[in-house]
Design a protein around this ligand. Structure first.
Ligand code: ATP
Ligand code: MG
Length: 130
């Protein structure tokens, strides 16, 4: 996998301080960001944005990319262990990342979901309940 030979635009919006397990949050962001950079491999300019929105009382974090996207009818597979929608060799992986992310979010009594469109990009959203 060569993730370097293209332009990257990475936008990190201001994020609030939260109460959560630090190492587990590292797992969440490492996996979501590595997916965002991986699935934008075909873009001339890879765009990845991290931010949050206040939705009623919930702080909803998101990781957004302009990558390959996927069909939302397969959304359940995306969170399943060892389930992958993109099997092309250029997107290496074992299909485990998001299942772990979901477990971390569940452990924090939160919720994770996604919006995606093939060819347009993907946004993963999550909030924690602490
Ligand atoms: N940002 C994204 N854009 C497009 N598809 C995605 C994105 N994130 C995840 N997916 C799809 O969901 C599947 C599951 O993601 P997950 O992170 O669990 O596994 P992986 O990235 O394939 O492998 P691993 O994370 O174990 O290295 C991916 O194989 C891919 O098909
Ligand atoms: Mg992954």
């Amino acid at each position: 996998m060569n993730l370097t030979n293209r332009e990257h635009q990475f936008v990190l919006k201001p994020l609030p301080e939260i109460l959560a397990d630090k190492r587990m949050m590292e797992i969440v962001f490492t996996n979501l960001l590595s997916n965002a950079f991986k699935y934008t491999i075909d873009r001339e300019v890879a765009y990845v944005e991290v931010g949050y929105e206040q939705k009623e009382k919930k702080q909803v974090f998101y990781v957004k990319d302009n990558g390959v996207g996927f069909n939302m009818k397969y959304i359940d597979k995306v969170f399943g262990a060892f389930q992958r929608l993109h099997n092309d060799e250029k997107y290496g992986g074992s299909g485990i990342g998001l299942s772990i992310v979901q477990r971390v979010v569940n452990k924090h009594a939160g919720k994770i979901w996604a919006e995606s469109e093939p060819g347009k990009g993907t946004t993963f959203y999550f909030y924690l309940n602490l």
